[in-house]
Design a protein around this ligand. Structure first.
Ligand code: SAM
Length: 263
């Protein structure tokens, strides 16, 4: 099996893997944007709806549209976020819905469609608006994934080709800022958002990797039973475990925002 963009086929499996942490980042991200009520929002790569739900709870929007190519994730979002002001659509970032939007946002998805053409299109549908996103700090401080990939590469040099810290090199503040500036946004600012990721015990950390959902679980499930056990034990040995078995890590995301210039 070769590294791919990731498998996105079960919202129920995604939630305990990353959805629960994405929700925490989404809240801090929206507080940082500080956009007024009554706005029209687009959430690109909305997945199971972590960011869309946070927009509804915190931003009092006029309307939010969430798009994602995974029909399973969209079905999951629809089943849980049934509100008058929300619409979900199965669509790729290359098929953006009609604007205008006051804010086009994206949570943990930009690295799966980093094409500048998409950002240019976001600019077109958001005249005078805000275009903002957050991505994991895959190469350093998204610790849950760093422990996974550092152990994987230690045991199997071929895992480097899968390592999200290597593959998603755009997930650094300087790179994000360049991408935003190249797309023609103004008032471009980036910042880190750190959230605590506390696992009750090792199983709470490890089980979600067995879902095959997303890049790291896809890699884990591509291994033989024997090699997966070796990986599990290598990670177990490297994680900081408290006497009660809990594991307290931090997940860092990089957030970026910019405005579409007038005229
Ligand atoms: C890590 S998940 C993030 C989901 C959600 N935004 C969150 O914060 O939990 C990445 C999402 O990107 C979506 N995705 C992958 N390729 C995409 C593309 N070309 N256009 C739009 N979304 C895409 C996947 O379907 C998946 O839902």
């Amino acid at each position: 099996m070769k590294p791919g963009a990731g498998v996105w086929r079960s919202g129920a499996a995604y939630e305990p893997y990353v959805g629960r942490w994405s929700r925490l980042v989404a809240n801090a991200f929206l507080d940082w944007l500080g956009l007024p009520a009554g706005r029209r929002w687009l959430d690109v790569g909305c997945g199971t709806g972590a960011l869309t739900a946070a927009i509804l709870e915190r931003c009092d929007p006029r309307e939010v549209i969430g798009i994602d190519p995974s029909d399973a994730y969209i079905a999951y979002a629809v089943s849980r976020i049934q509100k008058d002001r929300v619409r979900f659509q199965v669509a790729d970032a290359a098929q953006l819905p009609e604007g205008p939007f006051d804010a086009v946002v994206s949570g943990l998805a930009l690295n799966f469609f980093p094409d500048l053409a998409v950002l240019q299109a976001m600019r077109e549908i958001s005249p005078n608006g805000t275009v903002a996103a957050y991505v994991w700090d895959y190469s350093r401080d998204m610790q849950m994934l760093r422990f996974f990939w550092d152990a994987a590469v230690l045991l199997d040099s071929a895992a480097t080709d899968w390592d999200e810290g290597v593959r998603f090199s755009m997930c650094r503040p300087d790179r994000l800022e360049s991408v935003w500036l190249d797309a023609g946004f103004i008032d471009v600012i980036s910042r880190s958002i750190d959230v605590p990721t506390v696992f009750q015990d090792f199983d709470d950390y490890w089980q979600p990797f067995l879902s095959g959902e997303g890049p790291a679980p896809s890699y884990a499930m591509s291994l033989s039973e024997e090699r997966r056990s070796a990986l599990r034990e290598c990670i177990r040995g490297s994680l900081p475990m408290a006497p009660d078995g809990s594991i307290s890590l931090t997940a860092r995301a990089w957030a970026i925002r910019g405005r579409v210039p007038t005229g």
